[in-house]
Design a binder for this molecule. Structure first.
Ligand SMILES: CCCCCC/C=C/CC(=O)SCCNC(=O)CCNC(=O)[C@H](O)C(C)(C)COP(=O)(O)OP(=O)(O)OC[C@H]1O[C@@H](n2cnc3c(N)ncnc32)[C@H](O)[C@@H]1OP(=O)(O)O
Length: 528
């Protein structure tokens, strides 16, 4: 941060850390030194805080989160500012987010440009506004709006922020110039009413129900996410405890979130999302040089209009298709439709004198066998389980199924054994992850981040787990490798379990983070 003496006995502290003036340790120290200088200089009467390059501050430097504990010591700076005996005015352009808004809340006044945006988006990173945000915001704008803004993390525009009371002045001109004029006008005004830490949270008669509704809302809206619920607990502390104890509770809850795997995963996702926008396919891949890959068989999930069309395309190309449809009615319709399409195709080809080779089109029989026995699942009260009643939801094991499975095993010469939840999870996930390593090694996927973002945005993978490749790094690559080796030895007929060379190469380096994988594993192959 830079310190400048301005005319009219004013000091200017300008945050400078491109591109978004994030709060690194150096920036925080700079702010503190600037403030101390201004306080000890008796010729300085007021201080304006602003950001360089048309941005106030986008909060803590997310890239350094793994090295420090964000928020905690910065809260002390925010309190110090409030207690200063000279007015401190925040001049906001661009964004004041996270720690950036907390800094502004510490200031005695906040002036912003009409196009500025302010907010506390910490929940999106798996943390909470831990530098006094959860304690100061409700003192300024009340509990209901603080709950809304903190649990959603949504930033608001300057006009809305003015209405809510977060900002004092919104202008269309330069906020620094405005703050300089404004500072001179408020020099004689008492600072005590501007110190949020000495205010109490506006009380409401129905506070308990406001909080219980907020808990219910976030559980429904963000299932599995820890940060929104934990933020509500911090806001409860703001209501129930004096400031001194409230900030201790905020610190405790912030630490709990920082240590959770969710924070690490969500911070990884923040950078992964921004990097996938910039990445192009691996350098070896190009539409000009790409050659088709051999396809030996195809699986189609779902036999609606699209699924049938896709199955037909492959069948017509002579590629074996396995199609799975769980809805028995849809399956019947699809079988008839596909058969008649194939027959039409065959007769067309016969008429044109071309040879017709019957394609292999196999429907999975397991669900059929149950349905053929009248077991349509919950709707008939029987399926893989028996239910309390048709359409009932309470299920219990069915002796009929044990008999069915034992016959099935006999027919297919399968040996029965119990499979733990752990094995199910590992075999499903690690084979998926293994495929991820394979396509990285082949140069088909540009980066682990790309695979992860596809899983987060396209396959409902929980954002707070960071995607399958990040998950592999969380578990540890040597562990993933060892487990795959074990399962492959037990199931040599399942090629998906054979550890990929790319994974082997990386695991030889221990457990490097995803961002280092490509440099460690060397250039990808050229399958594309
Ligand atoms: C020493 C400890 C101090 C502790 C202080 C107290 C702790 C408080 C907790 C927090 O503040 S958590 C952080 C809260 N802030 C955010 O979540 C903001 C995240 N950023 C954004 O929403 C957007 O980036 C933006 C600021 C609205 C700008 O969006 P725009 O579309 O204009 O640009 P981008 O491409 O997104 O970003 C440009 C560039 O900047 C990097 N970046 C953005 N924010 C941060 C950040 N907070 N920390 C580090 N880096 C940040 C972003 O990754 C881009 O970088 P690139 O290299 O160009 O890809």
């Amino acid at each position: 941060a830079e310190y400048l003496r301005l005319p009219h006995s004013l000091a200017l502290i300008r945050l400078r850390n491109p591109p978004v003036n994030a709060l690194s340790l150096a920036v925080v120290n700079g702010i503190r030194e600037g403030l101390q200088k201004a306080m000890s200089d008796h010729t300085i009467k007021a201080i304006v805080v602003c950001g360089a390059n048309d941005k106030f501050c986008a909060g803590a430097d997310i890239s350094s989160f793994s090295r420090s504990s964000p928020g905690i010591s910065f809260g002390v700076v925010v309190d110090e500012i409030q207690r200063y005996e000279k007015p401190v005015v925040a001049a906001i352009r661009g964004v004041a987010l996270g720690g950036g808004l907390e800094l502004a809340l510490g200031c005695h006044y906040r002036i912003a440009h009409a196009e500025a945006r302010v907010g506390l988006p910490e929940v999106a990173l798996g943390i909470l506004p831990g530098a006094r945000g959860t304690q100061l915001l409700p003192r300024l704008i009340g509990v209901p709006m603080s709950l809304d803004l903190i649990t959603s993390g949504r930033p608001v525009g300057a006009d809305e922020a003015l209405k809510l009371g977060i900002l004092d002045v919104v202008i269309n001109s330069d906020p620094v110039e405005e703050a300089v004029k404004f500072s001179q006008e408020i020099l004689d005004k008492p600072l005590e009413p501007r110190r949020l830490l000495n205010k109490s949270v506006p009380s409401l008669p129905n506070m308990d129900s406001i909080f219980s509704e907020a808990f219910a809302k976030v559980q429904k809206q963000y299932p599995g996410f820890l940060a929104p619920e934990t933020s509500i607990q911090a806001l409860q502390a703001a209501v129930n405890l004096p400031y001194k104890l409230g900030i201790k509770e905020e610190e405790k809850l912030a630490l709990y979130l920082q240590k959770s795997g969710q924070a690490r995963a969500l911070q990884y996702v923040f950078f992964a999302e921004s990097s996938v926008h910039k990445q192009s396919p691996p350098s070896v891949a190009s539409w000009q040089t790409a050659s088709p890959q051999p396809i030996s068989s195809v699986g189609v999930l779902g036999l609606g209009t699209m699924g049938r069309g896709i199955a037909m395309c492959f069948a017509k190309a002579g590629i074996p298709v396995v199609a799975v449809e769980s809805d028995p009615k849809q399956l019947e319709i699809a079988k008839k439709a596909v058969t008649s399409m194939l027959e039409r195709e065959a007769s067309k080809m016969q008429q044109s004198g071309r040879a017709w080779t019957k394609p292999t089109l196999t429907f999975s029989s397991s669900a059929d066998m149950l349905c053929e026995s009248g077991r349509f699942g919950q709707k008939t009260g029987k399926g893989w389980y028996q239910y309390d009643k048709p359409l009932g939801r309470v299920h219990r094991p069915d002796p009929w199924l044990s008999e069915f499975l034992s016959q099935y095993r006999e027919t297919h010469h399968l040996e029965s054994r119990s499979i733990s939840q752990e094995e199910i999870l590992e075999r499903c996930l690690y084979s998926l992850i293994n495929e991820g390593f394979r396509i990285l090694g082949e140069g088909i996927a540009a980066s682990p981040e790309q695979i992860d973002i596809i899983y987060l945005s396209g396959y409902g993978w929980p954002r707070y787990r960071g995607g399958p490749m990040f998950y592999a790094a969380t578990v540890g690559l040597p562990v993933v490798l060892e487990k795959l080796q074990k399962y492959y030895t037990q199931n040599p007929d399942v090629p998906q379990l054979e550890p990929s060379d790319y994974l082997k190469k990386l695991a030889a380096h221990g457990n490097p983070p995803p961002k280092d994988w490509q440099s460690l594993a060397g250039p990808p192959g050229s399958k594309l």
